[in-house]
Write a protein that binds this ligand. Sequence first.
Ligand code: Q9C
Ligand code: ZN
Length: 341
Amino acid sequence: MLTIYSPAHRLHHATELKDGLIKPCFEMPSRADTILARVQAVGLGEVITPRDYDTSRYARVHSERYVRFLENAWAEWSALGRTHDALPLIWPVRDLRSDIEPEHIDGKLGLYAMDAGVAITAGTWEAVRTSANLALTGMAALEAGEDSAFALCRPPGHHAAAEYMGGYCYLNNAAIAAQACLDGGAKRVAVLDVDYHHGNGTQSIFYHRADAMFVSLHGDPKQSYPYFLGHKDEQGAGAGLGFNHNYPLPHGTAWDAYGAALAHACRTIAAYAPDAVVVSLGVDTFKDDPISHFQLDNEDFLRIGETVAGIGRPTLFVMEGGYMVDDIGINAVNVLRGFEA
Ligand code: Q9C
Ligand code: ZN
């Protein structure tokens, strides 16, 4: 399987507000490099660098003003003499207005963030746009005839919606790639999200659409981040009704229940007959993940890959979460090897 990777991800290494303290992000550079090392150790296949794409490709699923904000945020923040990571500290909840973009960077950060896990640093934009380009390059490989590809994205993307960042995510790499597939002439595309956390951003982007199905297995939002989306009754709206499928699962879920839900999810996708499948590949479902609560073991990731292969469609894997760095390479690459077996 082809892997798309760039060392530009290292430009982004930030802090997050966690448990009331500013700490180094669990989402750290060693994650991607550990996965790359495993890709090379097992001889998964060729590793290529991404093509460059215009920001207009991101604006197919994000708003123009949001993309412009990401591009300029560090310059606006550092112009105030601030040298530490930029973090939001006020949010336009409920009846506060989000239609008028504030001029001050503190207002913009709040408008465009859902949490304080998305710091912006000097190198963030370069890493973020390169991450999206990895996913676009992977989709281009499918369009050129590859059966599958692995976009080794970092930062991840699935919590980012049309107009907000959150949960270590800035641009929604999977949604950008899925939209590119449709823009390239496909009739239908499906996104299967196996990250521990609900892919609220991807769901939100495609919620009203029939040409993109979103299917997600994740920790029940009553117990787990992102708390405010990912329930079973969210089935799509308008033309998109029936094209959104959530499988919230309780703390402690292990392979028996997970595998059954995944098999059901993959049958749902197969019945939709998509031209391509994008897998939001999080491996924070691992039993030793430091911020998650499922119980999957190393070998279970092989079975995830096998089950996804059963859909029988061209498949782009897009890296999302997974924070037990010691095992992240084994687990992510097990999914890819299971797919190819
Ligand atoms: N105690 C991804 O996996 N912090 N993002 C949750 C829970 C945010 C995870 C804290 C987790 C975001 C891509
Ligand atoms: Zn996650």
